[in-house]
Design a protein around this ligand. Structure first.
Ligand code: NAD
Length: 484
């Protein structure tokens, strides 16, 4: 055990104001508690998941109100749909599958290993640190926690400084539900986050931007702490020439404007067959009016998290306009005071403008006209590997070419976002959009050690290879070389 951690094992974090000291005391307490029950029983894990579920139910309206306060306006329906329901579904799924996930796996041995037997035990790693962003603050904190608790770990949680009201409610809810040495919350800004990710956890799950993800990976490497990095990036949509715009556009607009585009797997930009661009833009505009009539005064529309984020979106559009892109207002004007950013499409922005080079994370939809499918695929493959990819169409051969010709964290065909709503599908990025995965059994495995165990038989023949090496050993080795 880390020396500093061992020194603080007997302290309690109650009343410690300094975040770095709090982290170190909590981590020590959790490591100490873990060492007294290294592999908790099914009943213990199930009990923790049950408590987590009850906590989410009991605190649901307070979570929704706090998140809305942090955003300015975030409809309770959106929080229920994107934070509460997925977390409860993940808990239910884990509780249903937990016995099966925990079961040791029997492994059949090669003849050279017989008559020994072997199995793989799935054990917790210890204490997991979870760092979450602000955009789905409950979901992105508690979904990884479901995997951590199911796998038998303890956990420290660090929510984003951009959701202070939510963080306070979460800290209270967790303190009321769990002992400090089971699950605890540490709040604070980037400095606290830096101290948190430099602590010697047994595993870190970081969800956030690619730039910060790099720093987290570096900090964790110093402790040889393994990391799951759930990052962002530009997730493309390809509209195939075979697309039915009447079916595709409502699904695309829903995914793009959910939480006002502040979604890691939001469709970032659309690749549209050149001749269909005018029809596409008209359909998108009509659909925005259908889903969010009366913008900017529509209460179903989430506001932008902070003035800094709002101003960045304004600048992205202005830069594209100055660089001769076509800017298409898709609804009424913005309302800067309330941070309502009405949706905008941008057509033909140069590659080096912000809208084409950065993850948008807002309700701006760049449109990239293309002529051939090869060109669309090449466009995607020349850029960072995306977290998600969406394809709309009915041409099965084209669908197969896109699936085999591109790499992405996950894919939804003929819709958006939904692949991450299924607990049996691993969720994670690739390349610049992250590494590792969680959700369901993938989350359980990411936070478990699969420990191989070989149990020798009384009848072992390995002694035939012991020194001194004579003719028998040479003959045995020849046999092994040929048949082993
Ligand atoms: P961010 O990277 O700015 O912050 C995320 C977390 O990192 C926060 O809790 C913050 O306090 C912490 N942090 C800040 N500086 C740190 C440092 N130096 N060391 C350690 N931690 C630090 O991201 P954000 O703005 O909160 O979220 C938006 C980004 O997150 C987008 O890029 C989005 O795509 C991505 N995201 C990814 C997923 C996913 O599941 N892959 C989900 C949601 C958001």
């Amino acid at each position: 055990m880390d020396g500093q951690v061992a020194a603080r094992m007997d302290e309690t974090a109650v009343g410690i104001a300094d975040p770095a000291a709090r982290i170190s005391v909590l981590l020590a307490a959790q490591k100490a508690a873990w060492s007294t029950d290294v592999t908790p029983s099914h009943a213990v894990r199930d009990g923790r998941l049950d408590r987590l579920d009850r906590m989410v139910v009991a605190w649901e309206s307070r979570f929704a109100a706090a998140i809305s306060e942090d955003f300015g306006n975030r409809p309770a329906v959106v929080t229920t749909l994107t934070d509460i329901v997925p977390v409860r579904a993940a808990i239910r799924h884990a509780r249903r599958e937990l016995k099966r996930w925990m079961r040791p796996r029997r492994v059949s041995l090669a003849w050279t290993g017989k008559p020994a037997s072997a199995q793989i035990l799935r054990q917790p790693l210890g204490v997991v640190g979870i760092v979450a962003p602000w955009n789905y603050p409950l979901n992105l904190m508690l979904s990884p926690l479901v995997g951590a608790l199911a796998a038998g770990n303890r956990a420290l949680l660090k929510p984003s400084e951009l959701t202070p009201a939510f963080s306070e409610v979460l800290a209270k809810a967790v303190a009321e539900t769990f002992a400090e040495d089971e699950v605890a919350v540490v709040t604070g800004g980037p400095e606290v986050a830096t101290a948190f990710t430099a602590a010697p956890f047994d595993h870190l799950i970081f969800t956030g931007s690619t730039a910060v993800g790099r720093k987290v990976a570096e900090a964790a490497a110093r402790n040889l702490t393994p990391v799951t990095l759930e990052l962002g990036g530009k997730s493309p949509v390809i509209l195939d020439p075979s697309v039915d715009l009447g079916k595709a556009v409502p699904r695309l607009v829903w995914g793009k404007l959910l939480n006002s585009g502040q979604t890691c797997v939001a469709p970032d930009y659309a690749l549209v067959p050149r001749g269909r661009v005018p029809d596409f833009l008209a359909a998108v505009k009509a659909e925005v009016a259908e889903q969010y009539p009366g913008l900017p005064g529509n209460a179903d529309y989430t506001t932008i998290i902070s003035p800094r984020h709002f101003d960045r979106l304004v600048r992205l559009v202005e830069e594209a306009r100055e660089r001769d892109a076509e800017v298409v207002e898709l609804a009424g004007p913005h309302d800067p005071e309330r941070r309502v950013f009405s949706p905008v499409a941008v057509v033909g922005a140069p590659d080096d403008t912000g809208v084409m080079a950065e993850e948008i994370f807002g309700p701006i939809l760049p449109v990239v006209p293309y002529d051939t499918l090869d060109e669309a695929i090449a466009y995607i493959n020349l850029r960072d590997r995306p977290l998600a990819l969406y394809w709309f169409g009915s041409d099965k051969a084209a669908e197969a070419r896109v699936l085999s010709g591109t790499i992405a964290g996950g894919v939804t065909i003929n819709d958006t976002i939904l692949h991450l709503s299924q607990d049996d599908l691993p969720f994670g990025g690739v390349g610049a959009s992250g590494y590792g995965a969680y959700h369901g059994e993938a989350g359980f495995l990411a936070l478990s050690k699969e420990k191989p165990v070989l149990r020798q038989s009384v009848l072992s023949g390995v002694s035939l290879l012991y020194p001194p090496y004579g003719r028998l050993a040479t003959w045995m080795l020849k046999l092994l070389g040929r048949l082993g």
